[in-house]
Write a protein that binds this ligand. Structure first.
Ligand code: APR
Length: 169
């Protein structure tokens, strides 16, 4: 079972095999972590994303990392929070599952997730973190890879949420 770790800071600086991008359905960039990743990766990332023809919510697609330290970028599209009764939890869980499946396909040993959907898309942070940790734990039960999964938090409050979740069984 992989080590689940919390890391606070800018995901674009992490030297891991794969970082996850919280994108939108177009995969053509945006603000937040999406904007930061495209800025750090350089223009080739957008060129490659154009060829991917978008991505459905809850699913993921993979590209090289180009100028990023990370070798791969796994672009996933989280749900926009509405009222919690529009399958948001299951769609968010799907993001984590699909990203882990793509990471496994390319043999990524280390992967870093941002707090998907909790910024512009408005998903409540505590609930999203609970889904993230539970889904990653369930997906990786009995698996020999990856070695490490980082939950990357931009804010102290998000980091505190993940620390308390990872301390509990
Ligand atoms: N490194 C790590 N985390 C970051 C960074 C960064 N450089 N920049 C922002 N974050 C954090 C935010 O603070 C938030 O906790 O990533 C989390 C996700 O927030 P958003 O980036 O707003 O992503 P999301 O809520 O999934 O909304 C996606 O926003 O940027 C657009 O194109 C994107 O339309 C899509 C939407």
């Amino acid at each position: 079972m992989a080590d689940l770790l919390v890391w606070q800071g800018d995901i674009t600086t992490l030297n891991v095999d794969a970082i996850v991008n919280a994108a939108n359905n177009s995969l053509l960039g945006g603000g937040g972590v999406d904007g930061a990743i495209h800025k750090a990766a350089g223009p080739q990332l957008l060129e490659e994303c154009r060829r991917l023809q978008g991505c459905p919510t809850g699913e993921a697609k993979i590209t090289p990392g180009y100028r990023l330290p990370a070798r791969w970028v796994i672009h996933t599209v989280g749900p926009v929070w509405q009222d919690g009764a529009r399958n948001e939890a299951e769609l968010l869980a799907g993001c984590y599952r699909h990203c882990l499946a793509l990471a496994d396909e390319v043999g990524a040993r280390t992967i870093a997730f941002p707090c998907i959907s909790t910024g512009v898309f408005g998903f409540p942070a505590q609930q999203a973190a609970g889904i993230a940790v539970q889904t990653v734990r369930q997906s990786l039960e009995g698996q020999s890879s990856p070695d490490k999964v980082y939950f990357v938090c931009f804010s102290q409050e998000d980091a505190d949420i993940y620390h308390s979740l990872l301390r509990s069984d």
